[in-house]
Design a protein around this ligand. Sequence first.
Ligand SMILES: NC(=O)c1ccc[n+]([C@@H]2O[C@H](COP(=O)([O-])OP(=O)(O)OC[C@H]3O[C@@H](n4cnc5c(N)ncnc54)[C@H](OP(=O)(O)O)[C@@H]3O)[C@@H](O)[C@H]2O)c1
Length: 278
Amino acid sequence: MADILDYGKLGMGTWFLGEPSGNRTEETAALRYGLERGIRIIDTAEMYGSGRSERLVGEAVRPFARDKLFLVSKVLPSNANRRNMEHSLDASLKALQTDYLDLYLYHWRGGTPLEETVEMLENMAAKGKIRTWGVSNFDLEDMEELLALEHGANCRTNQVLYHLGSRGIEVALKPFQDAHGIPIMAYCPLAQAGTLRDGLTEHPAVRRLAAELCISVYQVLLCFTLAQSNTVSIPRTGKTAHMKEIADCLDIRLNAEQLALLDDAFPKPPYRVPLDVE
Ligand SMILES: NC(=O)c1ccc[n+]([C@@H]2O[C@H](COP(=O)([O-])OP(=O)(O)OC[C@H]3O[C@@H](n4cnc5c(N)ncnc54)[C@H](OP(=O)(O)O)[C@@H]3O)[C@@H](O)[C@H]2O)c1
């Protein structure tokens, strides 16, 4: 069973893509450009534009061999139960024009007993509709509870917010996942173009590295999460020029000195903090 990290450390996010207000042609071109540059993981969700993002992804990947791709989608908490999950998954498969997902995520924890959600995820895997499953926005206690359940250890990732300006997961959650061999999927690795943390892209350390390496401040942010072990980063863009910057990061390795500069500017918190979601 292929794991997400077998498909690389960089994927493409798709939140807000496929919206009527966006430029569908440009967004499709950006995703295809990313695939041509060797990015094979695409992250979407039934929630994103109520299926519009999944439909755009389905269209964008059509010219590419399915077995070279790693398609990820997510089920809403209200559908992560016996009654609705298979129906939701079938709709995602149809929108994505595929007969299986490589990874299906429980988007965030809702009211359904965790046992029931895991039972359904296992059921979907047994039917061949998903290859693997995982969770999203689970904090340490949620992961501990999950791993204590029958089949809970089949969880293949926890997708959480992680960027240079939000490093709380490094205190306890990431070490726990590292110890259990469960990769982090880092969402918002660009801190939503810097808007999630005041002063992030203006910080002298970030600007200095960008100037030194002749890259953008957004590339500095992405290079930071790409440098982390056991972590897949899923930045999103609807623009080919920005996707070029994202793909170029595959060839940039921050050295120890450069990472230390960022670490000094934005250290991880000295104690555990609740999981950030924005
Ligand atoms: N599991 C969850 O609960 C959850 C929550 C949030 C996100 N996610 C996933 O994670 C993905 C990434 O997170 P995100 O989309 O919120 O934020 P993000 O990737 O941190 O940032 C996206 C923003 O950065 C801009 N951008 C991208 N490349 C750029 C570049 N080279 N230069 C300047 N600006 C650039 C994009 O605008 P342009 O389009 O103009 O380039 C967009 O405004 C999502 O798309 C989604 O797949 C999951």
